[in-house]
Ligand binder design. Structure first.
Ligand code: NDP
Ligand code: MG
Length: 393
């Protein structure tokens, strides 16, 4: 039996993880489950998996969760400190599936007790990469990349020596606006941007896929995970989402990982590692697909990729600011405060404004994150002609 905690249990990654647990009921024991505000969904999961601790992030939802689980003997808690406490419980494996910078403190708590962490939350590596990696090695934690492209690279690297590797390629579906004109993108609604052609994911990463900033964040994630500079990290647009990542070796060999576009593939790798965990995911049928296509990304319609590359090269606070400004801009777009193309424009403006001092501890990461958020809300306010006080959640 492997003891397992799922942070962000009600989300897209969380529910896919628990679907795999359902396929292997004798293999996993659930230690803790967390969510932010979806009380009913979390309560249902708690009743089903009977964890030692069930945590709701939003304190305003605590009473409702207590009520839903009254008389069940299940322990419940609420608030950001309780999310960290959930990660601190001694589970061998932790799936870090909280979205956004909110996932940093709980994921780090799991790292600090030396757990094996299946990392979906890319923000840990984007906003606090050097600090997060230092904690992983100091506490002898094990990091298993869960993001599909990075999981593909991890598999295709198969423990190879760094000097054998010339270059890494991650693929991008291109999102719903892969073939759209800028004029269409300018007036794109949240509904259109949320219509991802291949993957079913939470709203933030789905919008990030539409602007392709997700690929930019993933370049930074790959840089942190595999210690390669910007010029040895490549992106290819591959609309079929079958090849997820490729490792180019110094002898001209290229090893790729393929699979259908279902996150249960990389998640099951992380749950079973170093063994393979069988699963019922649809099998790849290449003959039915017929052809796989690859093109270079268009940096004119998708300026988020070069913008993220610039942040990768600048280092310091730039990736932290990039993530924070994106979180705000995506929320503002989903709330119809700004247009689709404004998302990247807001981020660019915030990046131009802020300083470049590298965060040297967690507190400074959060301080930079908060300052970038405030700046982003100001930019949103300017664009939507509304006072900041009316907009800030
Ligand atoms: P979802 O929005 O579907 O789920 C997010 C989860 O985090 C939910 O359980 C949510 O709770 C919880 N949550 C939201 N806000 C907070 C908060 N402030 N504090 C604590 N918990 C919170 O996201 P995804 O599952 O799509 O993504 C999760 C992470 O995995 C992201 O970092 C994403 O980039 C990464 N990822 C996701 C992929 C995917 O296929 N979905 C692929 C690769 C990476 P509640 O339900 O109550 O709101
Ligand atoms: Mg990905």
């Amino acid at each position: 039996m492997t003891s397992l905690t799922v942070l962000g249990a009600t989300g897209s990654i969380g529910t896919s993880t628990l679907a795999l647990v359902d396929e292997h009921p004798d293999r996993f024991r659930i230690v803790a489950l967390t969510a932010q505000s979806r009380v009913d969904e979390l309560a249902e999961l708690a009743l089903r998996y009977r964890p030692e601790l069930t945590v709701i992030g939003d304190p305003a939802c605590y009473a409702a969760l207590q009520e839903r689980l009254a008389g069940t003997g299940l322990a419940v808690a609420a608030g950001p400190a309780a999310l960290v406490a959930a990660a601190e419980l001694p589970a061998e494996r932790v799936v870090a599936g909280i979205v956004g910078i909110a996932g940093l403190a709980p994921s780090l708590a799991a790292v600090r007790r030396g757990a094996t962490v299946a990392l979906a939350n890319k923000e840990c590596l984007v906003a606090a990469g050097p600090l997060f990696k230092a904690a992983v090695s100091r506490h002898r934690a094990r990091l298993l990349p869960l993001d599909s492209e990075h999981n593909a690279l991890f598999q295709a690297l198969a423990g190879s020596e760094g000097r054998d590797v010339e270059k890494l390629t991650i693929t991008a579906s291109g999102g719903p606006f892969r073939c759209a004109e800028l004029a269409e993108m300018r007036v794109a609604t949240p509904e259109a941007a949320l219509r991802h052609p291949n993957w079913r994911m939470g709203p933030r990463i789905t919008i990030d896929s539409a602007t392709m900033i997700n690929k930019g964040l993933e370049l930074i994630e790959a840089h942190q995970l595999f210690d390669l500079p910007d010029e040895r990290l490549d992106v290819l647009v591959h609309p079929q989402s079958v090849v997820h990542g490729m490792v180019h070796y110094c002898d001209g060999s290229v090893l790729a990982q393929l699979g259908c576009s279902d996150m249960r593939v990389p998640i099951s790798y992380c749950l079973g590692h170093p063994e393979r965990l069988g699963s019922s995911v649809p099998r790849l049928d290449l003959a039915a697909l017929g052809s796989l296509t690859f093109t270079a990304p268009d940096h004119v319609r998708f300026p988020a990729i070069p913008l993220a590359r610039a942040c990768l090269r600048a280092g310091g606070a730039a990736p932290t600011i990039l993530n924070a400004a994106d979180e705000v801009a995506v929320a503002a777009f989903l709330d119809r405060r700004i247009g689709f193309l404004d998302i990247v424009a807001v981020i660019e403006e915030v990046l131009a404004e802020d300083g470049r001092i590298a965060p040297d501890d967690l507190e400074s990461v959060f301080a930079i994150d908060q300052a970038a958020r405030r700046a982003a809300w100001r930019k949103v306010a300017e664009r939507s002609h509304r006072p900041v006080s009316e907009l800030t959640p």
